[in-house]
Design a protein around this ligand. Structure first.
Ligand SMILES: [Fe+2]
Length: 379
């Protein structure tokens, strides 16, 4: 593959901005040069921003493509391709597709099993070279379920499971400490009556009692077997963080309180918050605002959660808040790369993968004008 020079760009480097050029060869960044010169044959970026490609650790965006309307099961191959193209278009070059493992079959058919076959479909498309960006799997291990242990056992170390996160969505704690917020969420999503809702939460609490501890231990052991990073989810109290730290966790998804986020930092655990929370100015389940954590220096990583286009917007929002765009960009590039153990990407640095995005601004909104994955233009 011949070399490509992306010249006359505003480069977002790990330690600041610089007008310069990046030379790409064999899918890697081979040279970074300072200045606005445009050598013969180079692409003139006209001063646009050139940043590392974004790294998304937790998105359930694929679900929206598989079920574009309630009860519509869209052909999965087409859904995965549309999801992949959407991510490339908003500047995401590496994604950990979040799949729930742990289903409820006997008592509530709305948590059905789906992760293993869908994972195989994603991995098959990846093996065919049909996907534009890098895909890894993120298994969301729901301990409050019936089938977690047996579903995890269906995965092997060859399945590219990069992250296993430990989820406990039992009513009355963590994300749903406030049961009223759960009521609004579940009734809005499923149209439950009051009796249905009471039944639902009683069932979930019974499942937690029956399986919770066994499932938590299984998830910790299975993450190690799969070679995956273990993450916590919705830590709320200092005790939760102490438990996470004892499991060797170094990544906390969406801690729900300032207390938990600061305990994470004392324990050396990186804090990830949702981009929609940052853009909307608060959490949809009534938990701590990501922006407050950012002001306190307690936010390290941003995830787009359920809106892929929010990731770059959030990075710019943080850049403005901190008056430091490279620091804002690092929350969606270098920081998630480090937390997920991907040491070959996430920064513009010689020797790393040429996962790059060209960004212009429309007013205050960042616009992705081009995306390269391992030096190949994919959007
Ligand atoms: Fe959650």
């Amino acid at each position: 593959m011949p070399e490509t020079i992306l010249a006359n760009a505003t480069l977002i480097l790990p330690d600041g901005k610089m007008r310069g050029a990046v030379t790409v060869e064999g899918g890697r960044i081979v040279e970074i040069a300072e200045g606005g010169a445009v050598p013969r044959g180079a692409v003139d970026l006209g001063g646009d921003i050139l940043a590392p490609g974004l790294i998304e650790l937790h998105t359930d965006n694929l679900e929206r493509h598989i079920e574009p309307r309630p009860k519509v099961d869209w052909p999965h191959t087409a859904a995965i391709l549309a999801h992949d193209a959407e991510l490339a278009g908003v500047g995401i070059t590496t994604v950990f597709d979040a799949l729930r493992v742990g289903s409820i079959q006997k008592r509530d058919t709305s948590y059905r099993r789906y992760a293993r076959p869908l994972a195989s479909e994603i991995l098959d498309l990846r093996a065919r070279g049909a996907l534009r960006i890098s895909h890894f799997l993120h298994l969301r291990a729901e301990v409050c379920s019936e089938t977690l242990a047996e579903e995890l056992a269906e995965f092997t170390p060859g399945d590219s499971v990069g992250i296993v996160s430990l989820m406990d969505h039992t009513p009355g704690q963590r994300q749903f400490r406030d049961v009223e917020k759960l009521r609004a969420y579940v009734q809005g999503k499923r149209g439950y009556s009051e009796a249905d809702f009471q039944d639902h939460i009683a069932n979930l609490r019974a499942l937690r009692d029956e399986y919770g501890d066994m499932h938590e231990a299984a998830a910790v052991a299975e993450a190690a077997r799969l070679g995956a990073v273990l993450a916590s989810h919705d830590d709320t109290t200092e005790d939760h963080v102490t438990t996470s730290a004892a499991y060797g966790i170094r990544l906390a998804e969406f801690p729900t309180t300032e207390e938990a986020a600061s305990a994470c930092h004392r324990a050396g655990i990186a804090v990830m918050m949702g981009a929609p929370n940052l853009i909307r100015g608060g959490s949809h389940s009534g938990n701590v605002a990501a922006e407050d954590l950012a002001r306190m220096g307690l936010l390290d990583i941003v995830s787009s959660d359920y809106v892929p286009a929010a990731l770059l917007m959030a990075a710019f929002r943080l850049g403005a808040l901190w008056d430091d765009l490279p620091r804002g960009i690092a929350t969606v590039t270098a920081a998630p790369a480090a937390a997920s153990g991907l040491h070959d990407r996430g920064r513009i640095a010689e020797g790393l993968r040429a996962d790059l995005i060209r960004i212009a601004l429309a007013g205050e909104t960042p616009v992705v004008r081009a995306t390269w994955v391992a030096g190949q233009r994919v959007a």
